[in-house]
Design a protein around this ligand. Sequence first.
Ligand code: NDP
Length: 306
Amino acid sequence: MPQILDGNRIRDEIKSELKPRVAALAAQGRAPGLAVVLVGHNPASEIYVRNKIKSCQDLGIFSASLTPPESITTEELLALVRQLNVRPDIDGILVQLPLPKQVDTKRILLAVAPEKDVDGFHPCNVGNLVAALPGPRACTPAGIIELLRRYHIPIAGKRAVVVGRSDIVGKPVALLLLHEHATVTICHSKTPDLPAVCREADILVAAIGRACMITRDFIKPGAVVIDVGTNRVEDRDEAARIFRNSAERLAAFDKRGNLLVGDVNPLDAAELASFYTPVPGGVGPLTIAMLMVNTVASAEHRTGLC
Ligand code: NDP
């Protein structure tokens, strides 16, 4: 039987470890502060931001929510970021992506002060990651490593295959696995014979954004399967195919009109993997937990506590 990697449990563990660190900062006169910039009204982004702010509240981290209109220009958003860069009460700045089309996302991310870049997206911090120097790491990739570490899953010497080469998940998680001494292959949409490459993986990370694309043909028996994908299936026939007509899952579909699934077929992962992350409840909760870790670490650094 495979073991489920329980992201909610690890998130709670991480949060309880953060509480005394937040208390120590508060005792010095100032709780850590996170600014979240949410442009316009993207419903998915609104949910992510709400969850991030709730997490701050749970931990006693001060959060400032800035909600400029959809019509904001690059220059206006740059000015807002620069104000946050110099605010002493703000230790972390998060600009929720995606930004509207008229805004130059790269310029905005470049404008965030590297020491307040709790998303780890600034080129300085990407450089720190490549060079294995200290600095904030991108939250989802850092969460994946944390999950493996806390379940005592060995990485050194293992074959890791990462499907997806985005700047926010695929590339950084591949580098983190490399730094943990895995032998890493990065795959993408032009990789020939993807199932064969994936079947070489002791640790398979799927960060694709395609509902349940990774099926049994991609999974080596006994592999550790990390499913980063978050996809909504809105077609009942597709849900029936993915869950092999499971009455329970179809009832859930009928209730909500959709189902949240990952990039990996969960039934195939359950049959073949030694460990796997469920969706929801696997990698997702770790992303916010690592954002909290980065914010607290930034505050400690800025107040000279570490
Ligand atoms: P991107 O769209 O930026 O990248 C997707 C990657 O998958 C690309 O590198 C793309 O290749 C590759 N890809 C697409 N189709 C195929 C295919 N048929 N075969 C092989 N590779 C393919 O996505 P993200 O990295 O931002 O996100 C990936 C998934 O993870 C999404 O579902 C997203 O919602 C989820 N996510 C979840 C988070 C969480 O906290 N749980 C956080 C962040 C993301 P190419 O480069 O060649 O186009």
